[in-house]
Ligand binder design. Structure first.
Ligand SMILES: [Zn+2]
Length: 288
């Protein structure tokens, strides 16, 4: 009887060990809640799993991860990184670190966690992308944030005006939205279905439709305190993205646009019309 019990215990232990080994795919490693430093040591995060992808490095902070959810994020990030790099003509091999949070987890050992301060969103620095969302909203915004990160790696900063002192860089936000949308449109990934839907059909006017909704929502961008006096119609993610998409589809090449992005004073040289004229043309196009 006693021998049988020992054998049972041994079998149970063996079974559990086998399961634990099996539960992690080859490409993902267990990090045992170590504290990792990011952003030159300014950000400390607990890491539960990590993975070295071909292009990116992946860090998963504690949360409800499954193999499937992690693999999906890795796969979309690998392809998204390539897509954004190709689009922006960034050829260096330097990897980007992706730090993923699982919205519901609150850390006890790392109360100052940066990623836990993000709520269904993300942030990007040079070579680092932070995204914290619930599993049901992913994969999304990966390409948007990756685009920010690559622009920092390229040392690119547009001189497009800000709506006010602390306002976002809307031309850059618009560009990130455009590349994110093109990734959805031009690859087979089920990407950001929450925003774009599940089908790619009838999606060619998506950005322009989203811009028109913003005109309604922001009452034609007439509030100068909020939108500034210079190109107020472009002071939102959606309207900037729609304007950029219009330039890309109807006015010139990607390279033309990036020259304009770097220095908006070149508008007339590149496109043969000044900003006000071009904004007028675009408005007529999206809302004839
Ligand atoms: Zn952004």
């Amino acid at each position: 009887m006693k021998r049988l019990r020992v054998l049972t215990v041994f079998l149970v232990t063996f079974f559990l060990t086998a399961c634990a080994d099996k539960s992690l795919p080859d490409n993902i490693q267990f990090a045992d809640n170590q504290l990792y430093k990011f952003l030159n040591g300014y950000i400390t995060e607990e890491v539960m799993y990590f993975s070295h992808g071909g292009r990116g490095e992946y860090y998963f902070t504690p949360g409800k991860w499954t193999d499937k959810s992690m693999q999906k994020l890795i796969s979309v990030s690998e392809d998204g990184l390539k897509f954004a790099k190709d689009w922006l003509g960034y050829t260096e091999e330097k990897p980007i670190a992706f730090i993923f949070g699982n919205k519901k987890y609150k850390s006890k050992t790392n109360p100052d966690s940066f990623i836990q301060g993000i709520w269904d969103g993300g942030g990007a620095f040079e070579g680092e992308v932070f995204i914290n969302m619930s599993n049901k909203l992913t994969p999304s915004i990966i390409v948007h944030e990756t685009t920010h990160s690559i622009l920092r790696m390229q040392g690119r900063m547009s001189n497009f005006p800000l709506p006010n002192e602390n306002g976002p860089m809307f031309l850059e936000e618009g560009l990130c939205n455009v590349i994110d949308y093109l990734f959805f449109l031009e690859t087979n990934h089920q990407y950001d279905t929450n925003r774009y839907g599940k089908s790619k059909e009838n999606m060619e006017n998506y950005l322009h439709k989203a811009a028109l909704k913003m005109f309604k929502f922001h009452k034609n961008f007439e509030n100068e305190d909020e939108f500034g006096a210079v190109y107020p119609q472009l002071m939102s993610y959606e309207t900037a993205a729609s304007f950029i998409y219009y330039l890309l589809e109807h006015k010139g090449t990607k390279e033309d646009f990036m020259r304009f992005f770097d220095d908006i004073n070149l508008m007339e040289d590149i496109y043969g019309a000044n900003m006000d004229t071009m904004i007028g043309e675009w408005l007529k196009f999206i809302n004839p």
